[in-house]
Design a protein around this ligand. Structure first.
Ligand SMILES: Cc1ncc(COP(=O)(O)O)c(C=O)c1O
Length: 488
């Protein structure tokens, strides 16, 4: 028998040669960038492209050159949500332990599909989920899974609500079969995050079938209106309550909503993607009263748990509904129905199959800092928001539009004797000028149809002097615009 010639690779094509790169030297300048200013520098896509080598990659660049290129371009055209003066949207600050932890994830490259593909990854993920389920006071048999973000996690939570609403048949028959009875609806408040709309699109429910309940003066779901809506619909997939709305940080009256849902046997999904981190603080936790009665809860660790992207925890009080839908296998996977820990598969309760070792950075951060210390940082954010609100109240030419319920507030520069249109214009100019100066960054939103400045404080490194500096900038820019008449 003639032995076939084994294939061989030219030494120059061998990718396995150890990269001669000093990780510490490569990462240190990137880590140092986190707190530099400007927070953002205006650019066009062409400006950024000009600093990136877009020629077809035939190879040959050294890792040192590539590190240098990325360090230069990100420093030239940054948008540093890592900076303690960054108050825009809801963007993660990241923790000092994260660069190491994420490098470890990459070095291991575990595929945390379940126990057999990753015994350690699965055990650590289940451990972190248990800690966070305890934080929400969910029962011992509750389960969860880390997904890429709040949008996918919200959609997955609502998917399991469909399984409860329509029974195991939903897996095979889908929505077409069931929607003939009457249209299936999702109920949430007008202030719910737009990921709920997107979930309705992706799940074939349709945005016309979202019932948006009015909010009260504090932007919380009105329970009386919810009760009324429930009597008007007989095919309710779920009620989605928010524990920290994106615009104002409002927490819906979870306890009352949970009681209504329980009497009507309706799935309650709580979107705590932003607000979840506040529960780490003993002082803030009572504000979430009733969250433990939800059927599913979403909390983004890459928001107010301070962690780097990405990781959103979807918790199920009872994962059996999700399991009815997602349990599946393929010949090549040899997945078993046996419920032992050694057969555990995350894809049996959620949509993703291949998954990186998302829980490792959280495990490291939670063990290193501990929940109480992280909670004191979340509380400090709220205290900074309250301090800012108090400073705003003291100024005649500022108007507090939404007082902080958590760490978000909205306000306006509002000098006397200036009409509404000019006020709107001045506030937009203030926001833009602050971004241009580069020390701070705020986003804007609309409250009751009027533009406002919005401040969201979720960076563990933010201190009172950042708050004072931001407000000084607002007043300086606003007053000089009024004096110069530029906003007339
Ligand atoms: C309340 C709320 N839910 C869901 C999301 C979506 O989360 P993600 O950006 O992780 O998909 C956000 C994003 O800001 C949010 O504020």
């Amino acid at each position: 028998m003639i032995r076939p010639q084994p294939p061989s690779l030219a030494p120059a094509d061998d990718l396995t040669e150890a990269a001669e790169i000093d990780l510490n030297a490569a990462l240190t300048p990137l880590i140092a960038q986190r707190n530099l200013t400007p927070i953002v520098r205006p650019s066009t896509a062409a400006d950024v492209t000009a600093l990136i080598d877009t020629s077809f990659p035939d190879g040959g660049d050294s890792l040192e050159q590539l590190v240098e290129q990325v360090t230069t371009v990100t420093n030239r055209y940054p948008r540093r949500n890592t900076h303690p003066g960054f108050f825009g949207w809801i963007a993660p600050s990241g923790l000092p332990s994260d660069p190491l932890a994420h490098a470890m994830v990459s070095a291991l490259n575990a595929n945390v599909i379940g126990y057999l593909p990753s015994p350690v990854g699965t055990t650590i993920e289940k451990t972190v989920i248990r800690w966070l389920a305890d934080l929400v006071d969910f029962p011992q048999q509750s389960e969860g899974v880390f997904l890429s973000g709040g949008s996918i996690a919200n959609m997955s939570g609502i998917t399991s609500a469909l399984a409860k609403r329509f029974g195991p048949e939903f897996r095979t028959k889908g929505l077409c079969d069931n929607s003939q009875v009457s249209r299936p609806v999702i109920i949430c408040s007008q202030a719910a995050h737009f990921s709920i709309r997107r979930a309705a699109v992706m799940l074939g429910i349709g945005t016309d079938n979202i019932i948006a309940i009015d909010t009260d003066a504090e932007f919380r779901m009105r329970v009386d209106k919810l009760a009324e809506a429930i009597t008007q619909h007989d095919n309710i997939v779920c009620v989605v309550a928010s524990a920290g709305t994106t615009n104002t940080g409002a927490i819906d009256p979870l306890n009352e909503i949970a009681d209504i849902c329980a009497t009507q046997n309706i799935w309650l999904h709580v979107d705590a993607a932003y607000g979840g981190g506040g529960m780490m603080s003993d002082v803030l936790k009572p504000r979430y009263l009733g969250i433990d009665k939800a059927d599913s809860v979403v909390m983004d660790l890459h928001k107010w748990f301070f962690q780097s992207l990405d990781g959103s925890l979807l918790l199920y009080r009872n994962a059996e509904w999700a399991r009815n839908l997602f349990f599946d296998s393929a010949d090549y996977l040899h997945a078993s129905e046996d419920n032992s820990p050694e057969q555990y598969m995350f894809f049996h309760i959620a949509p993703e199959l291949s998954r990186r070792f998302r829980a490792l950075p959280f495990y490291i951060a939670l063990r290193c800092y501990g929940l109480p210390k992280l909670g004191r940082n979340a509380l400090h954010n709220v205290q900074c928001a309250e301090y800012l609100a108090e400073l705003i109240r003291q100024q005649d030419d500022l108007e507090l539009i939404v007082a902080p319920q958590l760490s978000i507030l909205c306000f306006r520069f509002r000098p006397v004797d200036i009409d509404d249109a000019a006020v709107d214009q001045i506030n937009t100019m203030i926001r833009d000028q602050i971004q241009l100066e580069g020390e701070y960054l705020m986003s804007a939103t609309q409250i009751n149809g009027r533009p406002v400045l919005r401040v969201c404080i979720i960076n563990h490194a933010t201190r009172a002097d950042h708050i004072e500096g931001l407000l000084d900038s607002v007043l300086r820019i606003g007053r000089s615009l009024v004096l110069s008449g530029d906003a007339e």
